[in-house]
Structure formats: structure tokens, C-alpha cells
Design a binder for this molecule. Structure first.
Ligand code: ADP
Length: 256
């Protein structure tokens, strides 16, 4: 490491010496592996009880006898939202730990793009309803199949949609678009939410990055994992956005 001093206001840099740092990195690697394993175990252990809390809430909401009052409904909605958030976080931590241990296993197969979209919409429908957000699907007809890991691709789409719901206001709408572009199929999620400043357009795909002042809980991991998933499948991922007007998140995958 070369130590340099740059006095403020001056362009000149003075080199004052070199320092060599020797470290045995084996111990760091072992610690890192232990940490990643720990995160995987903990997030896995957390996921199951949270999922069962969610299921119980659905039952509580529609009691076999009698009915619930508005206060109780409000409480149930609050817990449902919290458990949804916890599920997102634990899901992201689990995927992250698998990526970090080099465990990304792709199951590439001929996949139907309409089925992937329907699966993702089904998974987030209730969240959208809670904010009275209208979901629109605009899909070209007779699209060919894509070569993809459908589970991982649906995960990315669900992440795009969850974000779109979080960063959009009530009573707005979100459009999911599917179209052919040369020898690829483009999947797009278009929202009319708060949008993203152009200076953060590439940063949002970095691990742990959250747009300053976005005031939403979360890990900043969803888009980083999405990028890894799509690029591992040979696809591309990106965003177009106008601050204050909305964002379009997209990915493109090759046709079979
Ligand atoms: P998280 O949502 O857990 O913070 P993500 O990686 O999914 O992590 O997103 C990173 C950041 O990108 C978010 O914190 C938010 O600031 C911004 N972002 C993502 N999706 C949208 C969107 N649809 N509209 C506005 N901002 C978004």
C-alpha cells in the first residue's frame, strides 16, 4: 500500500512511503464461510415459522363462526404486512448465502413466459390488493418459450413486483409487459411510483445499496440477487426511470 498525502486545495500528491501488509487469509476465509453458513441456517429457520404465522392469519381473518371487527381486521393486516416483510428479508438472506458459497444451481429448461408471469402475479396479488393497486398484463400473443430457470426467473419478477408495490402510492397501477425483442423475450414491470434518480441507476444493483432517504425497511439485496440470477442465465437486467414519474425494471432472456 502506498501512502500518499494530498493537501486540500492543491493538486500535488506527496508520496511518503510504502507499507506492506502480510496477512494469512485462510482464517478470514474460514470465518467468512462460517458466517455465510450461519446466515443460511438462521434464515432457513426463520422462514418456516413466519410462513406459518401468515397461514394462521389467513384463517383468523375468515373465522368459521362469527366475524371480526374493524380493529381486529386492522391488527391482522398489520401483522400480515410485517410477516410479508420478514419473509422477503429471510428469502433474500437465504439466496445471498447460497450465492456467496458459490451454490447457485441453475435448472435451465424450456420455460413458458406466460406461466412465469402468472405464477409471480399470483404470489403478489394480495399485497397489491392491500394498497388497491391495479395489476395489468400486456403480453404479446404466441410468444416462444425461453431457456430459463423458471423458479429463479419468477423470484426476480416477484422481487420487481414487490418493489413496485412498495414504492407506488395507493390506487395506482402496475403493468407487467411481455414482448419479443430479436431472439430474446423482455419481461418488464412498469410502475408509476417515486422513480429513481439517474445517478443511482447502476448502484441499486449493488449489494446492500438503498437509495438514500427511501425510508423503507429492507436489505438492499433483492436487486443484487436478481442481477446475479439473470446474468447467470445469460440474460440482461436493467432499469429506466424518471424521478417522480415511475420506473420500468426489465430483464431479457434468450428464446429456446
Ligand atoms: P430493498 O428493496 O430491500 O431495499 P432492493 O435491492 O430490492 O432492496 O432495492 C434497492 C433500492 O432500490 C431500494 O432500497 C429502493 O431505494 C430502490 N428501488 C427498488 N425498486 C424501486 C422502485 N420500483 N421504485 C423506486 N425505487 C426502487
Amino acid at each position: 500500500v502506498t501512502i500518499t498525502i494530498k493537501p486540500t486545495g492543491e493538486d500535488q500528491t506527496i508520496i511518503i512511503g510504502d507499507v506492506i501488509i502480510l496477512r494469512n487469509i485462510t482464517v478470514f476465509k474460514e470465518l467468512d464461510f462460517a458466517k455465510t453458513n450461519f446466515i443460511a441456517t438462521v434464515s432457513h429457520e426463520l422462514k418456516t415459522p413466519i410462513a406459518s404465522i401468515k397461514m394462521s392469519l389467513q384463517l383468523l381473518e375468515k373465522p368459521a363462526t362469527g366475524s371480526i371487527n374493524t380493529d381486529q381486521k386492522q391488527l391482522i393486516d398489520g401483522i400480515k404486512e410485517d410477516s410479508q416483510r420478514l419473509l422477503k428479508i429471510t428469502g433474500e438472506l437465504l439466496e445471498l448465502s447460497q450465492l456467496e458459497t458459490g451454490n447457485i444451481q441453475l435448472n435451465m429448461e424450456k420455460s413458458n413466459p406466460y406461466e412465469i408471469i402468472n405464477y409471480a402475479i399470483e404470489a403478489i396479488k394480495v399485497q397489491a390488493e392491500q394498497k388497491q393497486i391495479e395489476l395489468r398484463i400486456e403480453a404479446e400473443h404466441n410468444l416462444p418459450e425461453v431457456k430459463a430457470d423458471s423458479e429463479k426467473t419468477a423470484w426476480v419478477l416477484i422481487n420487481f413486483l414487490t418493489n413496485a408495490i412498495r414504492y407506488s402510492s395507493e390506487n395506482s397501477s402496475i403493468t407487467v409487459q411481455l414482448k419479443k425483442e430479436n431472439n430474446q423475450i423482455a419481461f418488464q414491470v412498469i410502475d408509476t411510483g417515486k422513480g429513481i434518480d439517474s445517478r443511482y441507476k447502476t448502484k441499486i444493483f449493488d449489494k446492500y445499496f438503498q437509495v438514500p432517504g427511501s425510508h423503507k425497511s429492507g436489505t438492499g439485496l433483492g436487486l443484487a440477487i436478481s442481477k446475479e440470477f439473470i446474468e447467470a442465465q445469460g440474460g440482461t437486467i436493467g432499469i429506466e426511470s424518471e424521478l417522480g414519474l415511475g420506473s420500468t425494471f426489465y430483464f431479457k432472456l434468450g428464446i429456446v
